[in-house]
Structures are given as structure tokens and as C-alpha cells.
Design a protein around this ligand. Sequence first.
Ligand SMILES: N[C@@H](CCC(=O)N[C@@H](CS)C(=O)NCC(=O)O)C(=O)O
Length: 278
Amino acid sequence: MADGKTTKSDTGTARIAAPAPAPALVKSPAKSRPPAKTPSARRAAPADIATEKSDKALEGSQKSAALTLSSKNYSSWSLRGWLLCRMAGLDFTEVMIEIDDDARQELLLLSPSVLVPRLTHGDVVVWDTLAIAEYLNETFPDAGLWPEDPAARALCRAVAGEMHSGFHNLRSALPMNLKARHERFKIFSGARPDVERVKTIWTECLDRSGGPWLFGDRPTVADAMYAPVCSRFHTYAVDLPEALERYAAHILSWPLMADWIAGALAEPDEIVELEVEF
Ligand SMILES: N[C@@H](CCC(=O)N[C@@H](CS)C(=O)NCC(=O)O)C(=O)O
């Protein structure tokens, strides 16, 4: 199978229409990023900066893009990468790795980490979810994937990084399974500190920003990183204080999540080999 340039007929991949910019992603004029500090002689007027950003986004939107994913029901990293691409407004083709497909190994091997998600954009290939987030942020600066305020941005990077590099016990004890619901699930003691740490992070971010997203009135990389945790907390009926319950419900009713969940529900049931950490 060729690199992401596969056609609909031979892979069953779906072309994703460029999303209409969701209201939450539209930058309000009052919040637009201040011009970068440059020597006064070279300082660009705000209008020039806006044009520069739009040109960059236009250039980015003209390249063909494909995102390699595995199961929508089970693959939390696929979900994170997919949310980031949609939040950036990228027009991309989904290349799904079918579980029993002979092409699975070949597709995974195209990702140097042998993991998904993997994004191709023009001749750029980028894998690993945080690297994808940074690449999308640079290519689509208007999408505001990171908060504008430097202190909020630092915190956002820290909590996104914490998700990316940690929470191993939570991930293995409470695997993502969007179709499942376990009302009386007993959380393995080793995973409880992870659950508590997630609650602390959400509380700190929401108290600081006022919500409804972790960093205020628009979704950022942190929300994409923690979206699968919201689904896990729902699946395993994890008890949350009201404010965090509200946040998790906000994420689960996010139109992008609804799109993803619809795809997950359409997948074949019970892929036993994936009823483990993902
Ligand atoms: N640190 C990686 C983690 C990616 C990862 O673990 N992906 C899993 C799916 S959620 C995977 O590709 N597993 C191999 C497989 O699907 O066979 C990232 O940030 O992208």
C-alpha cells in the first residue's frame, strides 16, 4: 500500500471536509495575539501580521494531508491527533489501519515509531502527538492551539506534557473503550493516584481560567490531550466533583467528539486484542 496517498476505493478511507470554523475556535478581535517584539524600525503593523498569518494558513491548507489512525473506539492517541487536526482546521484524509488487514504492519511501519497517529502534510511526515500539535500550531497559527498568554501557555504545555509522558497506570487500568460502560468498576489501587492527579490538574486549570475549556473560552492542546480521559472516566463511572463532571460532559458533547464517537460506534464490536491499554 502506498503512503497516505491511497484512494477511497482501495482503502475505504474517508475524505474529511474542511470543518467550518467552529465558533469556539474563532479568535475574538479583543483577544488577538499582540505583535511580536521586534526593533521598532522592523515592527510590522497588526494588519500585516494578520495577513502574514492568513498567508501561512492558506499555504498550509493547500497541501494534501493524511492522518493514519487505528481504532476509533480504542485508540486514545489516534483520538488526540485527530482532534488536533480538526481543531487546526486541517483538511485531511483519514487512513484507518484495519485490525485484521494485511496492510496493518506495513502502514504502522511507515510511522518511524511504529505507532499512530502519523500525519503527512505535503512532504512533511510527523508522528508523535505532541510533535503533531507543535507542527499544526506552527502551520496554522490562527487556530490558537496553545493559549495566547505566556503563563497560561506554559501551564498548558506542562499539563499536556504530563499526559503525554505519564499516567501509565491510569491508561492500563482504564483503557479507552467508547462503547463500554462499567457502573461498578473498581479502580486498581495503582491507578488511583493518577486519577487524583488528573482531578487536581483539571481543578487548577478550570479555577484559573473559568472554563468551560481547561484554558478558557476555546479548546487548546490540553483539552485534546485529556479528552480520552473524559471518556475513560465516563466508561468506568469515576466519581467526580460537580465542576469536573461538568468539564467532562462539556468535552463529551463537543461536536468534534460527537463526530469521533459516531465513527467509534460504527466500528465492529469487541476487538478482543484491543481490550487492553491503548
Ligand atoms: N507517544 C505516542 C503514543 C502513540 C501510541 O501509543 N499509539 C498506539 C495507539 S493509541 C499505537 O500506535 N499502537 C500500535 C498499534 O496500533 O498497533 C504519541 O504521542 O503519539
